[in-house]
Design a protein around this ligand. Structure first.
Ligand code: A3P
Length: 292
């Protein structure tokens, strides 16, 4: 296991896990995308694994209905070294490719080939709390014991993948792009079947109402957590470049857990800092901080 100081490095000013190598990050624009690739994008701790499970189940139904070939969920685009590109080149289509990259770093061919992209957004307070616990438990991230220290780092964008708001702002330019679907964690939590349906239409997958119900059930927090407990870790396959251990992912899966962590002073500090920035972002202004 690398020393604490070797777990994170900076690329173009943004902190990254060293599991995303500099040579790979430098070469992202050489990546050969295919028209039918689907990119699954999120800032860390926003529900990436949830989204991948929904897609996996959706395509499973589709395969049963149409006997078409199975899709491949690849490991995270930025995880590993340059051999990653060859590994992905060897995979058959259709590839579902998860990433936490900001929009500017996404390989250019995904944009020129008009690949479909799904970006899931979670409110930044719950995201910060989820990330704090991840930092505590994930051996691939530095140990930050105190919540107050972590929150300061989060507010300064000194955590892996940098500032939450910069990440969302980078994706803002895709807001009216018909090839990009934006989903909100809190809305999915409230009414998953509606969003399973929305994803299926976006990807042109035909599913019945019963299948939508079934997919929503299979993608629920409790079912995913239970399944993860029984799974063996495959260190080469990871949806999130920060770990392949899915047991670290399913913590609470709730909206509003930030209330159990933020002091009232921290909450005010957060709101003051984010207010102005969020006002400049249509995407960020839509986030919800509690179950409504
Ligand atoms: P918590 O730490 O708040 O529980 P990611 O997959 O991007 O790493 O995000 C992880 C977060 O999504 C964790 O949040 C995890 O519990 C939550 N999550 C994972 N699957 C979920 C599901 N099916 N429903 C709701 N939340 C889920």
């Amino acid at each position: 296991m690398p020393e604490q100081t070797e777990l994170v490095h900076r690329f173009r000013g943004i902190p990254f896990s060293t599991r995303a190598s500099t040579e790979l990050l430098q070469s992202l624009d050489d990546f050969e995308a295919r028209e039918d690739d689907v990119l699954l994008v999120s800032y860390p701790k926003s529900g990436t694994h949830w989204l991948t499970e929904i897609l996996r189940n959706l395509y499973n139904c589709h395969t049963e209905n149409n006997t078409t070939s199975q899709v491949t969920l690849t490991s995270s685009l930025e995880f590993g070294d340059l051999s990653k590109f060859q590994e992905l080149r060897n995979l058959p289509s259709k590839r579902l490719i998860p990433t936490h990259l900001n929009c500017d770093m996404v390989p250019v061919q995904f944009k020129t080939k008009k690949c479909k992209m799904i970006y899931v957004i979670r409110n930044p307070k719950d995201t910060a709390v989820s990330m704090f616990h991840y930092y505590q438990q994930n051996p691939h991230l530095p140990k930050i014991d105190k919540w107050s220290t972590f929150l300061e780092m989060f507010l300064k964008g000194e955590v892996v993948y940098g500032s939450w708001i910069d990440h969302v702002l980078s994706w803002e330019k895709k807001e009216n792009d018909e090839n990009t679907l934006f989903l909100y964690y809190e809305s999915m939590k409230k009414d998953l079947p509606t969003y399973v349906k929305e994803i299926s239409s976006f990807l042109n997958i035909s599913v019945t109402e019963d299948q939508i119900k079934d997919i929503s059930k299979k993608s629920s927090f409790s079912e995913m957590k239970e399944k993860a407990e029984k799974e063996k870790v495959n260190s080469n396959h990871t949806v999130c470049a920060l770990t392949a251990d899915r047991k670290l992912i399913f913590r609470k899966g709730a909206v509003g857990d930030w209330k159990n962590h933020f002091t009232s002073k921290q909450n005010t500090q957060f709101d003051v800092l984010f207010k102005e920035k969020i006002n400049s972002s249509v995407l960020a202004s839509r986030v919800q901080y509690e179950c409504q």
